[in-house]
Design a protein around this ligand. Structure first.
Ligand code: SOE
Length: 379
């Protein structure tokens, strides 16, 4: 097999981001398997048809189950809101299709556990699965992980992570599915705190072992698109601290009410002999502090992460020709296709997604009980 037929479910923001990645991964990464954008599934034939035509999909299905019946689809890419993930992923894996599922893996730990069980059954037949925490694939984030693993900052003591957005600052900002617990599972917690938990654990190699948290919904009712108001059933913001299995202290802030901050995923890691700092709003840069340097000239040094020696960069442009948000998805597809071709397990796996789901559940429990919650045995 040198090609893999892809069937994608959903065609909103994530569907558009994934489509552009499926289109670009072949030309830029030349993966061992070439993706064929075979079919796009969406409930409305008209909307899905228009999306397929503009995004480059060869055909349309109005029921995702049809993708599973098609012999020309070998990989299902799930870009729906969270309430669709478990049902589609389990059915696709049981039908022998490889699965890429958007983050967070599910809307609950129970759903995520069922997905991991399906992934393990499928794995025995050589069928692969991966969850889409795309920010691992920012070259600067991948470089940060490499530097920590090489011991460049010593023993990790502090992880300081934030994910700040502001689209719910205004109380008149309209209600959408992301504010509905039944559809999204949670609010800023699942949507963006999940990203910083994954990024923090990825960079440091540590796993969270306990959390203490607060959640807040600042605006409990919002204008409904069809008129009237709708009740917000998720958090606007999640704030928590944690401990890791590597002995570090961690802090996390995820909010949709940080006026002026659009998509600021920031992470700083302080070690016994240095530190690293990253901000998604300047995603081509990584800042490195080396405590061994002469005090007279020591300071955080800006690394422009666009050299061919940097992760993923050898496939793109000459040094200094910067990348953007969308490239993280291209890298995700390249890694997935390589793993499928090599017969290895792509990361983050569904088991990794379940571990993060357990962290999210522990954060919610801690906020409700106003006490620390342990994550023992979660990994
Ligand atoms: C919306 O808040 C959102 O698109 C998230 O759902 C994404 O996962 C994140 O990457 C950007 O913000």
């Amino acid at each position: 097999m040198t090609t893999v037929g892809v069937g994608m479910v959903g065609h909103a923001f994530m569907g558009r981001a994934h489509s552009q990645a499926w289109r670009s991964v072949g030309p830029f990464f030349g993966p061992p398997l070439t993706p064929v954008m075979t079919a796009l599934a969406g409930r409305s034939a008209e909307r899905a048809g228009a999306a397929a035509a503009s995004l480059g999909w060869a055909s349309v299905e109005t029921d995702w189950k049809e993708l599973l019946r098609r012999d020309d689809v070998q990989l299902v890419d799930i870009c729906t809101p969270g309430d669709g993930h478990a049902e589609i992923a389990v059915a696709a894996l049981d039908a022998g299709k490889h699965v890429l599922c958007e983050k967070p893996l599910a809307n609950s730990v129970a759903e995520a556990e069922a997905m991991v069980a399906a992934a393990e059954r499928a794995r025995e037949r050589g069928v692969r699965s991966m969850v889409g925490f795309n920010y691992r694939r920012v070259p600067a984030v991948a470089l940060a992980r490499r530097l920590v693993a090489e011991g460049r900052i010593g023993t990790v003591r502090h992880i300081r992570a934030q994910y700040l957005q502001d689209w719910l600052t205004d109380p008149e900002a309209p209600f959408n599915w992301r504010m509905d617990r039944d559809r999204a599972g949670s609010g800023a917690l699942g949507d963006i705190a999940s990203h910083i938990v994954d990024t923090a654990q990825f960079i440091t190699g540590h796993t969270l072992t306990a959390v203490s948290a607060a959640l807040e919904t600042f605006v409990p009712e919002r204008p409904a698109p069809g008129g009237g108001t709708a009740r917000v059933t998720v958090d606007d913001a999640a704030l928590f601290i944690g401990r890791t299995d590597g002995g570090a202290l961690a802090s996390f802030e995820a909010t949709r009410a940080a006026a002026g901050r659009k998509n600021a995923l920031r992470i700083e890691v302080s070690g016994s002999s240095g530190a690293l700092s990253f901000d998604l709003e300047s995603l081509n840069e990584l800042w490195l502090y080396d405590a061994a340097e002469d005090a007279a000239t020591a300071g955080f040094r800006r690394i422009v992460v666009t050299e061919p020696v940097h992760p993923y960069m050898g496939r793109w442009w000459p040094p200094g020709h910067v990348l953007g948000y969308e490239h993280t998805f291209t890298h995700q597809m390249a890694d997935l296709l390589t793993a499928i071709a090599d017969g290895t397990d792509p990361r983050p796996s569904f088991a990794d997604g379940l571990q993060i789901q357990r962290v999210l559940a522990a954060v919610a429990d801690s906020a409700a009980s106003r006490s620390w919650v342990d994550l023992e045995g979660s990994n």
